[in-house]
Design a protein. Structure first.
Lengths: 206, 376
């Protein structure tokens, strides 16, 4: 018997604006992602000093997950087993380019482990997992553009196969000064309200 | 849910361009790891595919100048796997690509830097073989290869696709070598997984591919019967001190397969040969009561091939089932972890019905997949 799935909450971060379930909860005019992420951190009242060590991709994914988990206030036993399925277009290329600069010049060669570790997009999943003590299923996918079918199918398979009861899904992309995050939490409920059309509609809405 | 079978397979590595030649080479304890003088700022042991050999093999199928090294490795591997597979590409076939760093060398070579975007790489492979559906790219650090098998299994089980071709690959680049050097994780001698005097990893490059399907036509088939991919929630670069994520992944796979630890005949471990990784695995395997099961790491033959490793090592496991042979854990001498493990020292003739493949990586990720021989 297949389970009925429903999106509990969703969050978007784009164009100097954060929205939660369709409502704008923070906005400014930073015009620069680094200052915007810092302003978000302050205005959302987050206290987590590791945030400042993260690269921009992990910061963006971290902020979106903070907003969702704060909104949902899940029991820690449920939270500990949440599946995390994230995707983007650029993987970690934004940080890869910065790391490559540190090895291009043999006379000025300074590869750093603190930068190198962020040359993997799934580090963002690790950061979210550490913050919330989540030991659930993980996967990171890369696609040319937002792929609602992939997210719908993979999250459904995790819940149908009883690997996860709740799955944190989304798209988190940072490429040079462009950024785009859309994240939602899906779980089993009494009525079905989860399809690729719904995911796409929520992703596209302003 | 549908049963899922894994069959045709091809390894492209310095040890050969088919799985059979690779198995024959490791049977003779040959390693692809040699000293290289021009891949890093100082001489470095690594397992690297000869460019001329690769181009020669590739030129039978396409223009070697038009593709990056990684694309050529992946295409060559898939070419043979697709040829051997008992199904052909349809609109219910998915191409799954596993890679950790893709064409990362495009940031610093003659190819357009756009080539470093993984969807561009995937597009080249899709186009070459005329796949009909959008490729799925799994880029989840060093578990990518084996996670891609789990992803294929789930998509086929839930009937989103009938079958899949899964290819994993990564190259040795200055990017990854310098990065692991900055972590002081590279061994000054060929890597020695689980040994007392191990001192880090050797990097390698390879591509590996398999065919996965909901229909099996072989008399002796290999079924994918369980999987799990759990996070340590502990540290972004350091392995967990308790082996938590790996332990949970193994439990999840066993539960799904309805198997007990004593039902496992062989463990194909990750075994990178860093002090902390191998210790973490020993703790996780002991927590899972797998300490008596014959176990190896194949990194002594191939080095750490990143996103290819889990897939490549699964293929060797499939050949262990077919040949009823367990291959030795090259580079191992004296056990150097705090918990007991049954490391395979010499090639062993024995019945292999069920095996466990595990991988772990940065970001606290782990994957465990269980495979079983079925007689139809």
């Amino acid at each position: 018997m297949s389970k009925k799935l429903n999106i509990l909450s969703y969050c978007k971060i784009k164009d100097d604006k954060i929205s939660l379930n369709g409502k704008v909860i923070y906005q400014d005019h930073s015009n620069d992602l680094k200052s915007f992420f810092k302003n978000c951190y302050k205005n959302l009242g987050i206290e987590y000093s590791k945030f400042f060590k993260m690269d921009n991709l992990s910061k963006l994914g971290f902020l979106a997950s903070e907003i969702l988990f704060k909104d949902l206030n899940l029991d820690s036993s449920i939270k500990g087993n949440v599946g995390i399925v994230l995707s983007n277009k650029s993987a970690s290329l934004d940080t890869d380019r910065k790391y490559q600069e540190t090895i291009n010049d043999k006379d000025n060669y300074f590869p750093s482990p603190a930068v190198f570790v962020y040359t993997l997009a799934n580090i963002m999943i690790g950061e979210i997992s550490i913050r919330h003590q989540i030991k659930g299923e993980n996967a990171f996918f890369v696609s040319e553009k937002f792929n609602e079918t992939l997210l719908e199918q993979y999250a459904s398979s995790l819940i149908q196969n009883e690997k996860s009861s709740h799955v944190l899904c989304g798209w988190v992309d940072v490429d040079n000064d462009k950024y785009d995050a859309f994240m939602y939490l899906v779980t089993e409920e009494e009525s079905q309200n989860y399809s690729k059309e719904i995911i796409k509609k929520l992703y596209k809405e302003n | 849910m549908k049963d899922v079978f894994i069959s045709a397979d091809t390894i492209i590595s310095p040890l050969g361009f088919t799985s059979e030649t690779n198995v024959s080479e490791i049977t003779q304890d040959h390693s692809g790891i040699t000293l290289h003088n021009n891949i890093a700022t100082s001489p470095c042991y690594a397992s690297i595919i000869d460019n001329r050999k690769l181009d020669k093999a590739f030129s039978k199928f396409g223009n070697a100048k038009a593709y990056t090294k990684l694309e050529k490795m992946m295409i060559l591997s898939l070419q043979n796997t697709i040829f051997k597979a008992t199904f052909s590409i349809s609109d219910k076939t998915v191409l799954i690509i596993a890679t950790t760093k893709g064409n990362i060398d495009a940031l610093n070579n003659d190819f357009d830097a756009e080539r470093a975007y993984l969807p561009v790489l995937a597009g080249k492979i899709k186009e070459f073989f005329s796949f009909k559906t959008e490729p799925i790219i799994v880029s989840n650090a060093c578990v990518s290869g084996v996670l891609a098998i789990a992803v294929a299994k789930r998509f086929i089980q839930n009937e989103y696709y009938d079958n899949a071709f899964v290819v994993g690959g990564d190259i040795v680049s200055e990017f990854t070598i310098s990065g692991f050097q900055s972590f002081q994780a590279i061994s000054e001698i060929p890597c020695k997984p689980f040994s007392k005097d191990r001192s880090g990893i050797s990097i390698g490059e390879a591509a590996a591919s398999v065919a996965i399907s909901n229909i099996n036509t072989e008399k002796e088939a290999i079924q994918i019967i369980g999987d799990g991919s759990c996070n340590d929630a502990n540290h972004i670069s350091g392995p967990s001190r308790t082996g938590e994520g790996l332990y949970l992944s193994i439990l999840s796979a066993l539960k799904e397969a309805k198997l007990e630890p004593q039902n496992i005949d062989y463990v194909s471990a990750h075994g990178t040969a860093t002090a902390f990784n191998d210790e973490m695995e020993a703790i996780a395997f002991n927590r899972a009561k797998l300490e008596h099961v014959p176990l190896n790491s194949l990194k002594g033959y191939y080095g750490h091939t990143l996103g290819a490793s889990g897939l490549l090592e699964t293929i060797i496991g499939m050949h262990s089932i077919k040949n009823n042979r367990l291959y030795s854990s090259l580079g191992f001498d004296e056990l150097g972890v705090s918990m007991p493990l049954n490391i395979i020292k010499n090639i062993t003739k024995t019945k292999v019905n069920t095996f466990l493949k595990t991988s772990s990586g940065f970001g606290g990720c782990n994957t465990a997949v269980l495979f079983k021989k079925v007689n139809l």
